[in-house]
Ligand binder design. Sequence first.
Ligand SMILES: Nc1ncnc2c1ncn2[C@@H]1O[C@H](COP(=O)(O)OP(=O)(O)OP(=O)(O)O)[C@@H](O)[C@H]1O
Ligand SMILES: [Mg+2]
Length: 266
Amino acid sequence: MIGRRHRRDDTTGREIAAPTEIPVVAVVSPKGGNGKTTVSSNLAVGLAHRTDSVIIDLDIHFGDVEYALRMRPAHRLDDLVEAGNRRDPMTMLSTHPSGLEVLCAPNDPVAADRLSVDDAFAVVDRIVAAGRPVVLDTAGGISDYSLGALDRATRVVMVCGTDVPSVQAGRKLLDTMRRLDMDLDRVDLLVNRADAHVGLSVDDVETALDRHAVITIPEHSSLAAGMNSGSPVTESSPRSPIAVAFRHYADVLLGIDMAAAVTGRR
Ligand SMILES: Nc1ncnc2c1ncn2[C@@H]1O[C@H](COP(=O)(O)OP(=O)(O)OP(=O)(O)O)[C@@H](O)[C@H]1O
Ligand SMILES: [Mg+2]
């Protein structure tokens, strides 16, 4: 868990953790379609309900944060790269109704391909430097963008399904991170479609990846419907168990509620 210093909530007498680190959260999964954007968008809205937060779509060729959040961005990542130092990137983000600031991926995959990774991350770094929680959605696979996101992340959310290919790919990703001397203690396992009953249990996934799941998300039509309507469940059904799970995890990331750290775990 992120570093915290503790104080006492006078109203409940409960230990409250104050964050000592602003979370930069990379949401990764080596396989496509595992639920990265679903998780990113719900988590980012959960964070935005607490504090000013940003989501950046680093799935630069086929990013769909804009669909998940029903955004019509005036500016995208390539526009911010183009603007360079002439403009403050924070003034070029698009605002979601939740207050979340959104930076969408380029609209044109060819334009995305022409982007220099260094220039793109110069923009990301300036946004991170603004000191707000940032969620980085990524594409499947290991690319310069996903590695750049992993390099910058204070927390890594590894999204894994309960199917063998997903778990095996997860093992390879962890192994790659280990070989790149990345700190694996930062990696939080999120098991998506945890109740899919396709052969592996959450325990099996945890054993195979040698870590506990900090959050498990069931297969639920509200998540798919939320993606299609551009309204994450954290926004459309904030009291639903799935929204509560995302909010609890957002609180853990922010160091707001020690009790959430316990209930958010299995
Ligand atoms: N727990 C779930 N229950 C039901 N539907 C889900 C769940 N998780 C994800 N989905 C649906 O699965 C599809 C893929 O999810 P999503 O786009 O979040 O995956 P992704 O990892 O971002 O994919 P890509 O690698 O293509 O970017 C979407 O239609 C989404 O709504
Ligand atoms: Mg995606």
